[in-house]
Design a protein around this ligand. Structure first.
Ligand code: CTP
Ligand code: CA
Length: 229
């Protein structure tokens, strides 16, 4: 019973969550993107509101309702997301990066729809891609940095890749999941994750993404309070 009252909440804390995919334009009608549904980010936004936080969701294009009492900022590309994050970051206590940010974008966006050349003998088309900014690393590098949480969806060596990202991006926590298992992957309803910090590793059993979000938010709030003391 004591545990029920010990739970630390996020009353008055500002939480920013990125969610969903980004779209990187090739021309006015085409883009490069990924299958992220935004489900985890939106579920975390709901859980953070329940914990009393003031929540801003910076969302790539997804087909979802905005959770109650969440401020939602819609963005399209990784660079839009990067800009929106840094425009909102002042006074942020916790930054949670669930977005599946496209790692690369076409180096130029054609002004007009790209046409096939009907006479060309060459049946290939080359696109040159350039790296997008690393949004979560740019937040972790701020002088006034919030508590920064990243996500790592991996298909092999899950823990070691995630731990590497925790250190490389200077995150406070990383949430790792194995997307090679289709029952807990990108578009599934369930998830099973391992929360990794500088000196601990916590594995949550497989359950609905909504339950995982609640449990994750509890762990995260606890770690945030330890960190900010
Ligand atoms: N991320 C980000 N900006 C990017 C790429 C990733 O903010 N341009 C964030 C994601 O939101 C996630 C974390 O970084 O919280 C890890 O994303 P992931 O794609 O696993 O890492 P990458 O560094 O892009 O490495 P990989 O080559 O495995 O894709
Ligand atoms: Ca990536």
């Amino acid at each position: 019973l004591a545990g029920m009252f010990k739970q630390e909440t996020l009353t008055g804390r500002r939480v920013i969550i990125t969610a969903g995919p980004t779209r990187e334009a090739i021309d006015p009608v085409r883009y490069i993107s990924n299958h992220s549904s935004g489900k985890m980010g939106y579920a975390l936004a709901e859980a953070a509101v329940e914990a009393g936080a003031d929540v801003t969701l910076i969302s790539g294009p997804v087909n979802r309702e905005t959770p109650d009492r969440v401020t939602r900022i819609d963005v399209t590309s990784a660079r839009d997301m990067h800009r929106a994050v840094h425009e909102s970051i002042e006074g942020c206590d916790i930054f949670i990066s669930t977005a599946a940010v496209a790692d690369y974008r076409p180096d130029t966006e054609a002004n007009n729809k790209i046409k096939k050349d009907p006479d060309a003998a060459d049946e290939t088309l080359q696109l040159t891609l350039v790296r997008n900014p690393d949004i979560v690393a740019s937040v972790a590098a701020l002088e006034q940095k919030p508590f920064v949480v990243g996500f790592a969806a991996e298909t092999c060596d899950v823990i070691s890749y995630a731990t590497d990202k925790l250190h490389r991006k200077k995150l406070d926590l990383i949430v790792a999941n194995d997307v090679s298992d289709s029952s807990i992957g990108f578009n599934s309803d369930d998830n099973a994750v391992t929360v990794i910090g500088p000196d601990f590793e916590d594995t949550l059993p497989q359950t609905s993404k909504r339950q995982v979000a609640r449990q994750l938010l509890d762990i995260l709030a606890q770690r945030y309070h330890d960190w900010s003391e």
